[in-house]
Design a protein around this ligand. Structure first.
Ligand code: HEC
Ligand code: HEC
Length: 228
């Protein structure tokens, strides 16, 4: 049988699948691995700090959910997230690239990962308990198993990064720092009559971040060579 002809049904099937929205965002980890060459200079170095516009450690993304990674990259591209470096990085990525990078980082380092307890490893500090009761509904009972794969895992993420992220959801009018996600804004700000009231003081947000950062979770930094 002619080889080109025997391939034809397969090619048609692939082309057909490609027209649905879902297939367009299904990630290919092998392709993502190649794209990740431009990421490892920051996300592949343990404890690496960003210095502009604020100093905090570059977030861990190995072991984070792939759909969330893709969604965060899209938010930088659209400008919903203002961080200038990540905006620059995301600018030229297609949605397929974002899905591929997500698929790659989701599995990275997980083969040797320890199982994470299904419930909270340590109780939420009393002073924050009431206000943090709602968080688990979306981020998971252990902050590591989000309700929706497009929501982030938080457990074990760098606390200084989480603190900045939390502040960014209530930062207005700063062209270089801020996130316009309405869901998370509602968690940190109460708005009425054009007035803005913060749910947590800055010191409390830091405490929230430190609590979350100390929980066991899937995320890690997997140091990698640029020259593989
Ligand atoms: C020059 C350093 C640098 C490079 C290179 C870089 N990043 Fe980032 N990345 C950062 C910093 C800093 C942040 C935190 C930005 C913020 O505060 O929103 C970040 C945030 C992210 C986030 C959001 C994480 C979260 O928890 O919400 C994702 C996803 C991400 N980067 C993926 C990538 C990918 C994929 C690449 C390569 C294509 C890449 N980054 C390249 C520095 C970098
Ligand atoms: C209704 C669902 C929902 C609830 C409730 C919720 N979150 Fe979130 N959270 C999200 C989503 C969705 C995002 C991603 C937003 C974005 O893309 O910037 C997020 C992002 C975050 C981030 C940034 C993570 C990162 O890697 O950048 C932190 C920190 C966070 N949430 C903490 C909390 C805390 C603390 C609470 C409770 C006070 C909470 N969340 C309640 C849905 C929720």
């Amino acid at each position: 049988m002619n080889n080109a002809f025997s391939m034809l049904p397969l090619l048609l099937a692939l082309a057909g699948v490609g027209t649905t929205a879902q297939a367009a965002t299904a990630g290919d980890a092998a392709r993502g691995a190649k794209q990740a060459a431009i990421c490892i200079g920051c996300h592949g170095i343990v404890g690496y700090q960003a210095s502009f516009p604020e100093v905090y450690r570059v977030p861990m993304i190995a072991g984070q959910g792939g759909k969330y990674i893709a969604s965060a990259l899209l938010a930088y591209q659209k400008g919903d997230r203002k961080h200038p470096t990540m905006r620059g990085i995301a600018a030229s990525l297609t949605e397929q690239d974002m899905a591929d990078l997500g698929a790659y980082y989701e599995q990275l380092g997980q083969a040797t990962a320890k199982a994470v307890p299904a419930t909270l490893a340590t109780p939420v500090p009393d002073a924050l308990k009431d206000r943090m009761a709602a968080c688990v509904a979306c981020h998971g009972a252990n902050f590591n198993t989000p309700l929706d794969p497009a929501y982030p895992k938080l457990a074990g993420q760098y606390a200084d990064y989480l603190h900045s992220a939390l502040k960014q959801y209530h930062t207005d009018g700063n062209p270089q720092l801020g996130r316009s996600n309405a869901t998370m804004r509602a968690q940190v700000v109460q708005e009425a009559d054009g007035k803005k009231k913060l749910t947590f003081t800055n010191a409390e947000l830091k405490q929230v971040a430190q609590y979350l950062g100390a929980l066991p979770g899937d995320m890690r930094v997997v140091p990698q060579s640029r020259f593989r």
